[in-house]
Design a protein around this ligand. Structure first.
Ligand code: TXA
Ligand code: MG
Length: 312
């Protein structure tokens, strides 16, 4: 059985064994499930790109066991970054830093920078603590598609390309981590997530610039996170109802996604809902946009990209 309980010590031992054989593992985190390989195994890392059909210029996030490991993998960590990471990790924040000699080119697409985070999930941390290594893991979906938020989603997407999926239940947050690029003159958020700009500015006592729009992370691509169905955005519940009436009139199967102001539940269930819409043959999803603050910003971002992708 490919999906196994990640809390069992035997399963974790099996995961370690597979990783050392350059096989890929489905890894639960608090954000989304990752497709993991050992950071020290370039051949396994190359497999991740192949399996995901991901361009090699979209580098991977390195997951480490704790803040103390950071200096092994990154150089010139500024005090404000150390303060932020120490306070937030384990948690849904990825920082981009200058890479150390330990990082191989396969992880970063030969860039001089590396993205690092400590995931806040018992299973991921237990596995990392069994390794004298880090785990590189992008979201465990094919490139450009919707991220997985439970073990079954990983197998649905990747089938036998993943040797073992550690079941860690449904992801608590449901959207990918916030990415803070700390390698520029001023730090920039290049992907929104559960950790907000206000939080980062107040912990680090810094000013965070608006991203300059350069496509530095796939999260920055205008089109991404795309289900098969078309995604149409609505401003509010009333707008969604009137769009439904118009769109359903010619026999298309249309459904509304509306969390009525509950942005935590929206983030938590968004990807599962989009996947379910595809499974049930929905043609069009009308998504009511959440307020554009806090976690709502991350949900709005993913919805806008899903809508942009499904237009073409
Ligand atoms: O929540 C998450 O971050 C999840 C879980 C599994 O940890 N991971 C995730 O990975 O979302 P992925 O590969 O889907 O997204 C990582 C993003 C990509 O957009 C990639 O381009 C960017 O991070 N990235 C990684 N290294 C980078 C670097 N050195 N410079 C700029 N962007 C980088
Ligand atoms: Mg991804």
């Amino acid at each position: 059985m490919q999906i196994q309980d990640g809390r069992s010590s035997e399963t974790l031992d099996l995961a370690v064994k597979y990783l050392r054989q350059d096989l890929l593992i489905g890894l639960p985190t608090e954000t989304v499930y990752g497709l993991a390989a050992l950071a020290s195994r370039p051949q396994a890392i190359s497999k991740i790109f192949k399996v995901k059909a991901r361009p090699t210029n979209h580098p991977l996030i390195l997951h480490i066991a704790d803040f103390q490991q950071l200096d092994k993998w990154a150089k010139n960590v500024q005090p404000f970054v150390a303060k932020i990471c120490q306070q937030i990790w384990p948690g849904p924040l990825t920082v981009i830093l200058q890479r150390s000699e330990k990082i191989c080119d396969e992880i970063t697409g030969a860039r001089e920078t590396v993205a690092i985070r400590v995931p806040n999930h018992g299973v991921a941390l237990a596995l990392l603590n069994k390794l004298d290594d880090g785990l590189v893991a992008p979201s465990a979906n094919r490139f450009g598609k919707v991220s997985p938020t439970c073990a079954k989603h990983v197998v649905d997407d990747l089938g036998d390309d993943v040797a073992l999926v550690l079941d860690g239940g449904f992801c608590a947050i449901g959207v990918e981590s916030t990415i803070l690029d700390c390698t520029r003159a001023y730090p920039q958020i290049v992907r929104s997530g559960a950790i907000t700009r206000d939080e980062l500015e107040s912990i680090g006592n810094i000013k965070i610039e608006n991203s300059d729009g350069e496509s530095r992370a796939s999260g920055m691509l205008e089109k991404h996170y795309a289900p098969k169905c078309r995604v149409v955005l609505a401003e509010n519940s009333k707008d969604a109802e009137s769009r439904l009436a118009a769109l359903a009139s010619d026999g298309r199967k249309v459904e509304i996604i509306d969390f009525f102001g509950d942005t935590i539940a929206y983030a938590n269930q968004l990807y599962a809902r989009l996947r379910q819409a595809d499974e049930t043959g929905t043609d069009v999803v009308i998504a009511v946009m959440p307020i554009n603050t806090g976690l709502g910003e991350a949900v709005s971002d993913r919805l806008s990209k899903a809508a942009a992708a499904s237009k073409s």
